[in-house]
Design a protein around this ligand. Structure first.
Ligand code: SF4
Length: 367
């Protein structure tokens, strides 16, 4: 499907296609420059080739699977790669993938999101970083960035964010299973943004005005890197639970909730947007800021438990786990820590742990 879509985007729209490694990157800039971003979250499931063995076993599956996928020729239809500096693993892939083969001599672009809270110096750095990235993309596409296209792209992505937010915050009123909702949301990882927007518009028609569509059961906050395996949502539904609030880096943490602040230069507006994203340990947000944000998610959504569902060996995520556990533990909100290796489906042991957790928080809610 993605291969056909990529081919169609190239043939019909003459778009350049970049394979983009996780996590946060200035998608608006790519859209403005007619570049289709196809994100590479592993991919999940069966490892696509022997290349994963080139990395140590204690490197996360997102990085290991990506090496295997590229080496096995999975990215032969793209025109280049973008490596956002989410963590040391992704930064390392920027040199390892070209060396290991499979990527040919396709350009490897880098993007460094400043770490920590916004400061005048980090804003200046980011604007320069965005300008540099735009210049490098222009060398691939042969077309320089047009400021009015960037203004248009920023507006388009704000429309997308607004609908994604309505869907995520309106879970209790949405006549759609978690699995179906996440299928729609995650198609934004590779669809051209206008196509994604059309699908989101269709999905929000399932939002019932006022009141719940039907009782959805035990609401939980899910936090982690990427919701894989997606079968977790099927299992959850079978247990009478649902995702009341989302803090996945691949989903909710990429939805800007603050009203847009327009600057004179659209690159500065974009820099503002990058800092306006929800807290994420891959950007070294302080734990205190993150806990305040998660508290708000729990209380607004009515979630009765927190599931930290992260990728095994993900260092940035692990930084905050102890703090999140003790913070919610002190409020008597249950916390479950699950690790995934992007396997095709949940193990029986994980299903049992999730089931026991759902029962426990449901009991606590009654008592
Ligand atoms: S899962 Fe964590 S360690 Fe792995 S690539 Fe993503 S942010 Fe980096």
């Amino acid at each position: 499907m993605r291969k056909d879509y990529i081919k169609e985007q190239k043939a019909r729209h003459a778009r350049t296609v970049l394979a983009v490694l996780p996590i946060q990157y200035p998608k608006e800039l790519l859209t403005a420059m007619d570049v289709l971003a196809v994100e590479l979250w592993g991919p999940p499931g069966k490892v696509r080739g022997p290349g994963a063995g080139r990395l140590q076993a204690y490197v996360c599956a997102v990085a290991r699977n990506a090496v295997a996928f590229v080496q096995a020729g999975g990215t032969k239809d793209v025109d280049g790669f973008l490596y956002p500096h989410a963590c040391d693993s992704i930064q390392g892939l920027a040199t390892l993938i070209p060396n290991f083969g499979g990527a040919g001599d396709k350009p490897a672009l880098h993007y460094l999101n400043p770490k920590g809270e916004a400061r005048p110096s980090s804003r200046r750095f980011l604007v320069a970083e965005l300008r540099d990235l735009a210049d490098k993309i222009a060398r691939i596409t042969g077309k320089p960035l047009a400021p009015e296209r960037l203004t248009w792209a920023i507006s388009l992505h704000r429309d997308i964010d607004a609908l994604r937010l309505r869907l995520l915050e309106g879970r209790a009123r949405l006549d759609l299973s978690d699995r179906a909702l996440y299928d729609v949301l995650r198609r934004g990882e590779w669809l051209w943004p206008e196509d994604h927007l059309s699908e989101l518009k269709e999905a929000v028609t399932g939002l019932a005005e006022g009141g719940a569509v039907k009782p959805k059961g035990v609401g939980l906050l899910f936090s982690g890197i990427v919701p894989e395996p997606m079968t977790i949502f099927d299992e959850l539904a079978d247990m009478g639970a649902y995702v009341a609030a989302d803090d996945y880096a691949a989903v909710g943490r990429r939805v800007v909730k603050k009203p847009l602040v327009l600057k004179d230069d659209p690159l500065e507006t974009l820099a503002w947007l990058m800092f306006a994203h929800p807290p994420c340990p891959t950007r070294a947000t302080s734990l205190a800021t993150r806990l305040t944000y998660l508290d708000r998610l729990v209380h607004r959504s009515g979630a009765v438990g927190v599931v930290i569902h992260t990728v095994k060996f993900c260092e940035p995520e692990l930084f905050d786990v102890a703090g999140i556990k003790s913070h919610f533990g002190a409020q008597n909100v249950g916390v479950l820590f699950l690790e995934s290796e992007l396997e095709g489906e949940l193990s029986g042991q994980t299903v049992t742990r999730l089931e026991a957790f759902v029962e426990m928080v449901a009991q606590r809610r009654k008592s």
